[in-house]
Write a protein of this length. Structure first.
Length: 173
């Protein structure tokens, strides 16, 4: 199966036996810090969990997105998921994670870690979605900025996130 790089405008459900983990990174250029958010959903769109937290020091927005993807992968592994799609709106990161070519960019070490993280799973692929299809993860990343520790929600997410999840699925604002 070919990884998806299409710029979807809304969230699409994964296959029957897969879990889609949408992630996003947030970057604060003033403090050179980042935060991340992730949300896991099954093939019916049911939310299995959500995550928000700080990333600490990050050099730039690309590093924030890479670290967010890696945090999402670690969280998915900790949740016991074995067949995942890591989906984000940072096209550069997704393209590099899917590339078989050697990466020599400033985020090469992060990309290598992401590729290594695929070995934690029976199946792990990277997929791109447009920002309108990744609003829930973006909301969680922004929320992560305000927490001193990581927060995990299991099955039941904050009420304010429910409407955003619905918007992800329809692509409406």
């Amino acid at each position: 199966m070919q990884p998806s790089l299409a710029k979807e405008t809304h969230w699409e459900a994964p296959g029957q036996s897969e879990i889609k983990v949408n992630f996003d990174g947030a970057y604060d250029s003033r403090g050179k810090t980042g935060a991340c958010g992730a949300i896991a959903r099954d093939s019916t769109g049911l939310v299995l969990g959500a995550y928000a937290g700080r990333l600490g020091f990050v050099s730039d927005v690309y590093a924030a997105e890479c670290k967010a993807a890696l945090k999402a992968a670690k969280w998915a592994r900790d949740m016991g998921f074995t067949r995942i799609i890591l989906e984000g709106d940072a096209l550069t990161v997704i393209k590099k994670a899917n590339s078989s070519e050697t990466d020599l960019s400033p985020i090469a070490a992060y990309i290598a870690d992401l590729k290594e993280a695929q070995n934690w799973f029976e199946k792990c692929s990277f997929s791109h979605v447009g920002r309108k299809g990744n609003r829930a993860a973006d909301f969680l990343a922004q929320l992560g900025k305000s927490y001193s520790e990581s927060i995990v929600w299991m099955e039941h997410v904050p009420e304010c996130l429910s409407e955003i999840i619905q918007q992800d699925c329809t692509g409406f604002q």
